[in-house]
Design a protein around this ligand. Structure first.
Ligand code: C5P
Length: 215
């Protein structure tokens, strides 16, 4: 069984979907970490983002694996390095690449076939798992999302300007919503949940209610 959860950056997806998976006894798949892993690998192995063929070759040759919350590329733990601003800034080169998206969607399906999963990303309900029995689109206003991002980065020791975060978020939204393949959009049969003004616990309760009604 796959529960597909999509939505823009900063809507609170990763926190609430992890908790939802725990409550249901499902595993959790952070598909954004896969795009981050390929981006990190390109930077650390000096593969030019302008070279589409080399990027695809890289994505096809590296081994991306998960162990709980940890992310590995060819057995190297990259859980922290994949979350740096440099990686985040460059992800679009990888996320816009139809060949790489195809490869990562294939990997997502392989992993999800091994058990019950809550899969989180941008295209889980639309592309990766269009037949999922439970699709949720987690949304929030741009202001809330930016505030969450600032708090998240501060918790990780990165101090950033709110306006800069808003500008970067607008750019990422624009790119995520307009790419040719796998663009961020609500699947027709997804239930939209808005997380503005809601505690994490409330959102998890609501998602659990939605999921249990369908299991
Ligand atoms: O979820 P996270 O913010 O870590 O994702 C990083 C980026 O990876 C997103 O901004 C998006 O461009 C890309 N992504 C994607 N498809 C997914 C998951 C993430 O294009 N399924």
């Amino acid at each position: 069984m796959v529960i597909a959860i999509d939505g823009p950056a900063g809507a609170g997806k990763s926190t609430v979907t992890r908790k939802l998976a725990d409550r249901l006894g499902f595993s959790f798949l952070d598909t954004g970490a896969m795009y981050r892993a390929v981006t990190w690998a390109a930077i650390s192995r000096d593969v030019a983002f302008t070279d589409d063929d080399a990027l695809l070759q890289l994505a096809n040759s590296i081994q991306i694996a998960f162990d709980g919350d940890r992310v590995f590329v060819d057995e190297e733990d990259v859980s922290e390095p994949i979350r740096t601003p440099e990686v985040t800034r460059n992800i679009f080169h990888v996320a816009d690449h139809p060949g790489i998206r195809g490869r990562l969607v294939e990997l997502q399906r392989q992993i999800a076939a091994t058990g019950n999963f809550v899969c989180e990303g941008r295209d889980q309900g639309t592309v990766a798992f269009p037949d999922s029995f439970c699709k949720i689109y987690l949304n929030a206003s741009p202001q809330y999302r930016a505030m969450r991002r600032v708090a998240q980065l501060e918790a990780a020791g990165q101090y950033v300007d709110y306006d800069e975060v808003v500008a970067a978020q607008n750019l990422r939204d624009e790119r995520d919503s307009n790419r040719e393949v796998g663009r961020l959009m609500r699947a027709e049969d997804a239930i939209e949940v808005n997380t503005d003004n809601q505690s994490i616990a409330n959102v998890v309760d609501e998602l659990e209610r939605i999921a249990r009604a369908k299991i």
